[in-house]
Ligand binder design. Sequence first.
Ligand SMILES: Cc1cc2nc3c(=O)[nH]c(=O)nc-3n(C[C@H](O)[C@H](O)[C@H](O)COP(=O)(O)O)c2cc1C
Ligand code: SF4
Length: 401
Amino acid sequence: MTKQIASDAAASCFSAANINGLTLKNRFIKAGTFENMTPNGVPGDRLQRFHGELADGGIAMTTLGYCAVENDGRLNENMMYMHEGIRVQLSSLIADLHQRDTLVSGQMGHSGGFSKNRQLSRRRPLGPSFGVNGLGIAQGMFFCDAMSLSDIDAMVSSYARAAIFMKSVGFDALEIHFGHGYGLCQFMSPKTNKRKDEYGGSLENRMRLPLRVLAAVREAVGKDFPLLGKISMTEGVRGGLHYDDAVEISKLLDQAGIDGIITSGGTSTMNPMIMFRGGNILPGMLKTEPSRIMRMILRAAGKSMFKDYPYKELYFLEQAKRIREAVSCKMIYVGGASTRASFDQLMAAGFDFIQLGRSLLSDPDLPNRAQTEKGFVSRCTHCNECVSTIESPQGIHCTQF
Ligand SMILES: Cc1cc2nc3c(=O)[nH]c(=O)nc-3n(C[C@H](O)[C@H](O)[C@H](O)COP(=O)(O)O)c2cc1C
Ligand code: SF4
């Protein structure tokens, strides 16, 4: 089936397409980029304006980045977590975007053992195994603890509860974050999962929690609701997940009923630059990091964590194609798609949708413009300065345009 899509005349990226009963008016989806526009975890006007501008620019579906499934799944206290206290604000934001003819997906995240959330309900965050919590050092949370079996059950329930809430406030689709070194990825990775029980060891065991989460979310939203999953095809570290694992992981998610797979890479925890490619984010982080201790750590260890990966258009294409060949669910490409020629190439290669991150920060009207300009090239220079705005009081923004 997959090969047939690729050999047929390529669909236009401006044509409508369906994912589990949901029709998107074109193939462009905003990639989840944590906006930092939810002070104290509450969505408001700024977040509405940000997504409203994207809606007016022609995107078929926008994604609210990093919606934590519970308080302890937040990286910091300015992230939203899914609970009744924000129902009114979230419903109104989504209703406004619907009125602007744009669908809304929510990225379901849990930070696991990687957190600097001062409002954590316990002394240390919980991950698959005891380890260092690199993000929490300035907050005195040097380590994370290993989850017990009942902690694992509680995490599955949190995903299910969040999914019910998110569907009820009007989200059109949900994207489960299986990548970038966050909670579920920590279980999937042999680098961070050292468990000796049925949740650690073989790939089958390491996938047990992610697949339980997928099943619980599916049960919560029903069979006719689109569920996407974002994976890291490689963590880019010795002893971590690599491209061959990603093919097996994708097959398991496909068999378990995911509707679409988003093929990213890298981890925020160990090797983030694989994800972004282009300008190194270390100098920007040194400039904006408020904690002196963290700045010292970044100076000492930054070079090994923030490696140089020069920008290349469609940098994940070859590896994502391997997954395209291996699964029958929809495929959503992400990573360095910023020209009309690239969009056409992705359609010809059999991808169903295209997620865009930075090129929508620099050009929020990209879908409308690319439709009329055949030679469209986004203004994004891949300097990656926007990544350092992730903790800015203004929220994320392109610093160049
Ligand atoms: C400022 C910024 C914030 C991001 N935050 C998230 C996030 O919350 N969740 C996520 O999965 N990816 C996040 N990403 C990664 C993007 O979703 C995307 O995978 C990456 O930027 C590559 O796509 P691009 O080349 O279209 O930008 C972020 C990227 C940027 C630039
Ligand atoms: S700051 Fe602007 S130009 Fe630089 S990578 Fe981000 S979106 Fe692109």
